[in-house]
Design a protein. Sequence first.
Length: 346
Amino acid sequence: MGYTERNEGEPLESVSHMVTNLPTEQRIFLTGQLLSLLFAFLFRWYVSPATCGPNLRHGVAFLLGICLSLYCFGWLSLFLIGEVVLGYLLLIIADPRRVHVFTLLMSMTYLTVFHIRRYLYPTDEELDFTVPLMMLTQKISKVAFEFHDGTVRTDQSLSPTQKRLAIQSQPPLLTYLSYTLGFLGLLAGPVCSFNDYQIFIHGNEKWKNPVVAVCRKLMLCSLLLVAHLTFSDRFLLFNDPQRSVIGTFFYLYVAGASRRPKYYFAWTMADAINNAAGFGFNGISEDGTERWDLLSNLDIVKIETATSFKVFIDNWNIQTAIWLKELSTNSMGFWILHNLSHNTAY
Protein backbone atom coordinates (compact mmCIF):
# COMPACT_ATOMS: atom_id res chain seq x y z
CA MET A 1 0.00 0.00 0.00
CA GLY A 2 1.35 3.37 -0.95
CA TYR A 3 0.74 6.85 0.34
CA THR A 4 -1.27 9.50 -1.40
CA GLU A 5 1.78 11.67 -1.95
CA ARG A 6 5.28 12.12 -0.59
CA ASN A 7 6.57 15.29 0.98
CA GLU A 8 10.15 16.11 0.05
CA GLY A 9 10.68 18.70 2.82
CA GLU A 10 12.37 18.22 6.17
CA PRO A 11 12.45 14.63 7.51
CA LEU A 12 10.15 15.33 10.46
CA GLU A 13 7.76 17.26 8.23
CA SER A 14 7.82 14.40 5.74
CA VAL A 15 7.00 11.81 8.40
CA SER A 16 4.22 14.03 9.80
CA HIS A 17 2.81 14.47 6.32
CA MET A 18 2.82 10.72 5.67
CA VAL A 19 1.07 9.99 8.98
CA THR A 20 -1.76 12.34 8.10
CA ASN A 21 -1.99 10.82 4.61
CA LEU A 22 -1.94 7.16 5.56
CA PRO A 23 -4.26 4.88 3.58
CA THR A 24 -7.64 4.41 5.24
CA GLU A 25 -6.88 0.85 6.34
CA GLN A 26 -3.63 1.80 8.09
CA ARG A 27 -5.15 4.93 9.62
CA ILE A 28 -8.02 2.94 11.16
CA PHE A 29 -5.58 0.37 12.55
CA LEU A 30 -3.29 3.03 14.04
CA THR A 31 -6.10 4.97 15.69
CA GLY A 32 -7.69 1.73 16.86
CA GLN A 33 -4.48 0.65 18.56
CA LEU A 34 -4.07 4.07 20.17
CA LEU A 35 -7.62 3.77 21.52
CA SER A 36 -6.77 0.31 22.85
CA LEU A 37 -3.71 1.75 24.59
CA LEU A 38 -5.86 4.41 26.24
CA PHE A 39 -8.41 1.77 27.27
CA ALA A 40 -5.60 -0.37 28.71
CA PHE A 41 -4.30 2.37 30.99
CA LEU A 42 -7.82 3.24 32.16
CA PHE A 43 -8.56 -0.45 32.70
CA ARG A 44 -5.53 -0.86 34.97
CA TRP A 45 -6.19 2.35 36.90
CA TYR A 46 -9.96 2.19 37.39
CA VAL A 47 -10.91 -1.49 36.95
CA SER A 48 -8.05 -3.08 38.88
CA PRO A 49 -8.51 -6.46 40.61
CA ALA A 50 -7.93 -4.73 43.95
CA THR A 51 -11.17 -2.74 43.64
CA CYS A 52 -13.28 -4.68 41.11
CA GLY A 53 -14.42 -8.29 40.91
CA PRO A 54 -13.66 -10.64 38.00
CA ASN A 55 -17.15 -10.35 36.48
CA LEU A 56 -16.93 -6.56 36.31
CA ARG A 57 -13.46 -6.74 34.75
CA HIS A 58 -14.69 -9.31 32.22
CA GLY A 59 -17.71 -7.17 31.40
CA VAL A 60 -15.72 -3.98 30.91
CA ALA A 61 -13.11 -5.73 28.74
CA PHE A 62 -15.87 -7.22 26.58
CA LEU A 63 -17.81 -3.96 26.18
CA LEU A 64 -14.66 -2.02 25.30
CA GLY A 65 -13.85 -4.71 22.75
CA ILE A 66 -17.27 -4.33 21.14
CA CYS A 67 -16.86 -0.54 20.98
CA LEU A 68 -13.43 -0.93 19.40
CA SER A 69 -14.76 -3.47 16.91
CA LEU A 70 -17.63 -1.19 15.88
CA TYR A 71 -15.18 1.68 15.33
CA CYS A 72 -12.78 -0.40 13.22
CA PHE A 73 -15.13 -2.77 11.36
CA GLY A 74 -18.64 -1.37 11.63
CA TRP A 75 -21.37 -3.86 10.74
CA LEU A 76 -18.77 -6.57 10.06
CA SER A 77 -18.47 -6.87 13.84
CA LEU A 78 -21.57 -9.07 13.64
CA PHE A 79 -19.47 -11.76 11.98
CA LEU A 80 -16.92 -11.62 14.80
CA ILE A 81 -19.72 -12.11 17.32
CA GLY A 82 -21.18 -14.85 15.13
CA GLU A 83 -18.02 -16.94 15.20
CA VAL A 84 -17.73 -16.54 18.98
CA VAL A 85 -21.37 -17.64 19.43
CA LEU A 86 -20.81 -20.69 17.24
CA GLY A 87 -17.67 -21.59 19.18
CA TYR A 88 -19.45 -21.32 22.53
CA LEU A 89 -22.44 -23.34 21.31
CA LEU A 90 -20.10 -26.12 20.22
CA LEU A 91 -18.42 -25.99 23.61
CA ILE A 92 -21.82 -26.52 25.25
CA ILE A 93 -23.45 -28.98 22.86
CA ALA A 94 -20.65 -31.06 21.35
CA ASP A 95 -19.27 -34.22 22.91
CA PRO A 96 -16.15 -33.23 24.92
CA ARG A 97 -14.31 -36.09 23.22
CA ARG A 98 -14.81 -34.40 19.83
CA VAL A 99 -15.44 -30.75 20.68
CA HIS A 100 -11.91 -29.71 19.70
CA VAL A 101 -12.30 -31.34 16.28
CA PHE A 102 -15.65 -29.70 15.51
CA THR A 103 -14.48 -26.32 16.78
CA LEU A 104 -11.29 -26.33 14.73
CA LEU A 105 -13.18 -27.36 11.59
CA MET A 106 -15.80 -24.67 12.13
CA SER A 107 -13.37 -21.86 12.90
CA MET A 108 -11.00 -22.69 10.04
CA THR A 109 -13.89 -22.94 7.57
CA TYR A 110 -15.29 -19.64 8.83
CA LEU A 111 -11.91 -17.98 8.40
CA THR A 112 -11.41 -19.46 4.93
CA VAL A 113 -14.75 -18.07 3.70
CA PHE A 114 -13.74 -14.54 4.68
CA HIS A 115 -10.26 -14.94 3.23
CA ILE A 116 -11.93 -15.83 -0.08
CA ARG A 117 -14.16 -12.75 0.28
CA ARG A 118 -11.08 -10.61 0.89
CA TYR A 119 -9.42 -12.09 -2.20
CA LEU A 120 -12.45 -11.60 -4.46
CA TYR A 121 -13.31 -8.11 -3.21
CA PRO A 122 -10.04 -6.41 -2.18
CA THR A 123 -10.27 -2.90 -0.78
CA ASP A 124 -8.08 -0.39 1.02
CA GLU A 125 -11.10 1.50 2.35
CA GLU A 126 -11.66 -0.81 5.32
CA LEU A 127 -9.41 -2.48 7.86
CA ASP A 128 -8.56 -6.08 6.96
CA PHE A 129 -11.33 -8.01 8.69
CA THR A 130 -9.50 -11.34 8.42
CA VAL A 131 -6.89 -10.27 11.00
CA PRO A 132 -9.26 -10.34 14.02
CA LEU A 133 -10.83 -13.47 12.56
CA MET A 134 -7.42 -15.15 12.64
CA MET A 135 -7.07 -14.13 16.30
CA LEU A 136 -10.54 -15.53 17.04
CA THR A 137 -9.79 -18.76 15.18
CA GLN A 138 -6.76 -19.33 17.38
CA LYS A 139 -8.54 -18.36 20.61
CA ILE A 140 -11.70 -20.38 19.99
CA SER A 141 -9.83 -23.51 18.92
CA LYS A 142 -7.33 -23.06 21.76
CA VAL A 143 -10.12 -23.04 24.35
CA ALA A 144 -11.68 -26.14 22.79
CA PHE A 145 -8.39 -28.08 22.83
CA GLU A 146 -7.58 -27.03 26.39
CA PHE A 147 -11.15 -27.91 27.47
CA HIS A 148 -10.71 -31.33 25.85
CA ASP A 149 -7.40 -31.79 27.69
CA GLY A 150 -8.96 -30.85 31.03
CA THR A 151 -12.15 -32.90 30.80
CA VAL A 152 -11.29 -35.96 28.71
CA ARG A 153 -7.59 -36.75 28.73
CA THR A 154 -5.82 -38.27 31.72
CA ASP A 155 -3.01 -36.50 33.58
CA GLN A 156 -0.58 -39.19 32.45
CA SER A 157 -1.20 -38.33 28.79
CA LEU A 158 -0.60 -34.60 29.26
CA SER A 159 2.69 -32.73 29.24
CA PRO A 160 3.43 -30.31 32.12
CA THR A 161 2.45 -27.38 29.90
CA GLN A 162 -0.81 -29.04 28.88
CA LYS A 163 -1.63 -29.71 32.53
CA ARG A 164 -1.11 -26.04 33.38
CA LEU A 165 -3.28 -24.86 30.49
CA ALA A 166 -6.02 -27.50 30.79
CA ILE A 167 -9.53 -26.11 31.40
CA GLN A 168 -11.32 -28.25 33.96
CA SER A 169 -14.88 -26.95 33.58
CA GLN A 170 -17.21 -25.16 31.18
CA PRO A 171 -16.18 -21.46 30.91
CA PRO A 172 -18.99 -19.02 31.83
CA LEU A 173 -20.38 -17.06 28.89
CA LEU A 174 -19.14 -13.67 30.11
CA THR A 175 -15.65 -15.03 30.68
CA TYR A 176 -15.64 -16.57 27.20
CA LEU A 177 -16.80 -13.30 25.60
CA SER A 178 -14.16 -11.32 27.47
CA TYR A 179 -11.40 -13.71 26.41
CA THR A 180 -12.38 -13.82 22.74
CA LEU A 181 -13.73 -10.30 22.10
CA GLY A 182 -11.94 -8.26 24.77
CA PHE A 183 -10.23 -5.09 23.58
CA LEU A 184 -6.71 -6.19 24.57
CA GLY A 185 -6.10 -8.60 21.71
CA LEU A 186 -8.80 -7.74 19.22
CA LEU A 187 -6.87 -6.02 16.43
CA ALA A 188 -3.46 -7.71 16.42
CA GLY A 189 -3.45 -10.23 19.24
CA PRO A 190 -1.34 -11.60 20.61
CA VAL A 191 -3.11 -14.85 21.42
CA CYS A 192 -2.83 -15.97 25.02
CA SER A 193 -4.00 -19.05 26.90
CA PHE A 194 -7.38 -18.97 28.61
CA ASN A 195 -5.87 -19.75 32.02
CA ASP A 196 -3.25 -17.00 31.73
CA TYR A 197 -6.04 -14.56 30.90
CA GLN A 198 -7.99 -15.75 33.93
CA ILE A 199 -4.97 -15.18 36.18
CA PHE A 200 -4.71 -11.63 34.83
CA ILE A 201 -8.41 -10.88 35.33
CA HIS A 202 -8.47 -12.30 38.87
CA GLY A 203 -5.25 -10.48 39.79
CA ASN A 204 -3.52 -13.64 41.01
CA GLU A 205 -0.15 -12.64 39.54
CA LYS A 206 1.98 -10.33 41.67
CA TRP A 207 3.83 -7.64 39.72
CA LYS A 208 5.00 -4.08 40.17
CA ASN A 209 4.39 -1.25 37.73
CA PRO A 210 4.57 -2.02 33.99
CA VAL A 211 5.15 1.62 33.01
CA VAL A 212 8.87 1.16 32.29
CA ALA A 213 8.24 -1.84 30.03
CA VAL A 214 5.38 -0.05 28.27
CA CYS A 215 7.44 3.11 27.69
CA ARG A 216 10.31 1.11 26.19
CA LYS A 217 7.97 -0.67 23.80
CA LEU A 218 6.20 2.55 22.83
CA MET A 219 9.54 4.21 22.09
CA LEU A 220 10.41 1.24 19.90
CA CYS A 221 7.01 1.55 18.22
CA SER A 222 7.74 5.20 17.40
CA LEU A 223 11.01 4.24 15.71
CA LEU A 224 9.34 1.40 13.83
CA LEU A 225 6.54 3.66 12.62
CA VAL A 226 9.07 6.19 11.32
CA ALA A 227 11.01 3.38 9.62
CA HIS A 228 7.83 2.07 7.99
CA LEU A 229 6.74 5.49 6.76
CA THR A 230 10.23 6.31 5.50
CA PHE A 231 11.34 3.10 3.80
CA SER A 232 8.29 1.01 2.89
CA ASP A 233 7.82 2.62 -0.54
CA ARG A 234 11.47 3.33 -1.34
CA PHE A 235 12.44 -0.20 -2.41
CA LEU A 236 9.90 -1.30 -4.99
CA LEU A 237 10.32 -4.65 -6.73
CA PHE A 238 11.12 -4.36 -10.42
CA ASN A 239 13.26 -6.16 -12.98
CA ASP A 240 16.58 -4.43 -13.67
CA PRO A 241 18.57 -6.29 -16.37
CA GLN A 242 21.69 -4.27 -15.47
CA ARG A 243 21.78 -5.62 -11.90
CA SER A 244 24.02 -8.59 -11.15
CA VAL A 245 22.79 -11.76 -9.44
CA ILE A 246 24.45 -10.76 -6.16
CA GLY A 247 23.03 -7.25 -6.51
CA THR A 248 19.57 -8.69 -7.10
CA PHE A 249 19.73 -10.86 -3.98
CA PHE A 250 20.97 -7.91 -1.92
CA TYR A 251 18.19 -5.68 -3.25
CA LEU A 252 15.59 -8.35 -2.45
CA TYR A 253 16.92 -8.58 1.10
CA VAL A 254 16.75 -4.80 1.57
CA ALA A 255 13.27 -4.65 0.01
CA GLY A 256 12.06 -7.39 2.37
CA ALA A 257 13.64 -5.70 5.38
CA SER A 258 11.92 -2.42 4.49
CA ARG A 259 8.51 -4.12 4.73
CA ARG A 260 9.04 -5.77 8.12
CA PRO A 261 8.79 -2.65 10.37
CA LYS A 262 5.04 -2.59 9.70
CA TYR A 263 4.65 -6.01 11.34
CA TYR A 264 7.18 -5.20 14.05
CA PHE A 265 5.14 -2.12 14.92
CA ALA A 266 1.80 -3.95 15.03
CA TRP A 267 3.03 -6.75 17.32
CA THR A 268 5.13 -4.52 19.57
CA MET A 269 2.21 -2.13 19.97
CA ALA A 270 -0.12 -5.03 20.79
CA ASP A 271 2.35 -6.25 23.40
CA ALA A 272 2.57 -2.77 24.93
CA ILE A 273 -1.22 -2.49 25.09
CA ASN A 274 -1.51 -5.71 27.09
CA ASN A 275 1.33 -4.64 29.39
CA ALA A 276 -0.34 -1.26 29.95
CA ALA A 277 -3.37 -3.13 31.29
CA GLY A 278 -1.13 -5.20 33.58
CA PHE A 279 -1.12 -8.34 31.43
CA GLY A 280 2.06 -10.04 30.26
CA PHE A 281 4.19 -10.38 33.39
CA ASN A 282 6.51 -13.38 33.04
CA GLY A 283 8.52 -13.48 36.26
CA ILE A 284 11.87 -12.04 37.28
CA SER A 285 14.98 -12.31 35.13
CA GLU A 286 18.40 -13.36 36.44
CA ASP A 287 19.48 -9.74 36.87
CA GLY A 288 16.44 -9.00 39.05
CA THR A 289 14.39 -7.03 36.51
CA GLU A 290 10.76 -7.78 35.74
CA ARG A 291 10.06 -9.64 32.51
CA TRP A 292 7.03 -8.45 30.55
CA ASP A 293 7.41 -10.82 27.62
CA LEU A 294 4.71 -13.44 28.29
CA LEU A 295 2.79 -12.24 25.23
CA SER A 296 5.69 -11.04 23.08
CA ASN A 297 5.18 -12.11 19.48
CA LEU A 298 8.66 -11.53 18.09
CA ASP A 299 12.30 -10.84 18.85
CA ILE A 300 13.49 -8.23 16.37
CA VAL A 301 17.21 -8.61 17.09
CA LYS A 302 17.15 -12.38 16.63
CA ILE A 303 15.09 -12.04 13.44
CA GLU A 304 17.42 -9.51 11.84
CA THR A 305 20.55 -11.44 12.87
CA ALA A 306 19.16 -14.91 12.15
CA THR A 307 21.75 -17.29 10.76
CA SER A 308 19.19 -19.88 9.68
CA PHE A 309 15.57 -20.05 8.64
CA LYS A 310 14.73 -21.94 11.84
CA VAL A 311 16.03 -19.09 14.02
CA PHE A 312 13.94 -16.69 11.93
CA ILE A 313 10.65 -18.58 12.27
CA ASP A 314 11.28 -19.34 15.96
CA ASN A 315 11.24 -15.60 16.67
CA TRP A 316 8.54 -14.49 14.22
CA ASN A 317 4.85 -14.67 15.22
CA ILE A 318 5.79 -16.61 18.36
CA GLN A 319 2.28 -16.95 19.80
CA THR A 320 0.91 -18.46 16.60
CA ALA A 321 3.78 -20.95 16.60
CA ILE A 322 2.84 -21.89 20.18
CA TRP A 323 -0.77 -22.39 19.06
CA LEU A 324 0.32 -24.61 16.17
CA LYS A 325 2.51 -26.69 18.49
CA GLU A 326 -0.39 -27.10 20.91
CA LEU A 327 -2.62 -28.38 18.12
CA SER A 328 0.07 -30.58 16.60
CA THR A 329 0.52 -32.48 19.88
CA ASN A 330 -3.01 -33.75 19.30
CA SER A 331 -3.02 -36.17 16.37
CA MET A 332 -6.54 -35.17 15.28
CA GLY A 333 -5.66 -31.49 15.37
CA PHE A 334 -2.54 -32.12 13.29
CA TRP A 335 -4.56 -34.12 10.74
CA ILE A 336 -7.16 -31.36 10.38
CA LEU A 337 -4.55 -28.61 9.97
CA HIS A 338 -2.59 -30.67 7.46
CA ASN A 339 -5.62 -31.38 5.28
CA LEU A 340 -7.02 -27.86 5.49
CA SER A 341 -3.69 -26.31 4.52
CA HIS A 342 -3.29 -28.82 1.67
CA ASN A 343 -6.78 -28.14 0.31
CA THR A 344 -6.34 -24.38 0.64
CA ALA A 345 -3.05 -24.49 -1.25
CA TYR A 346 -4.65 -26.66 -3.93
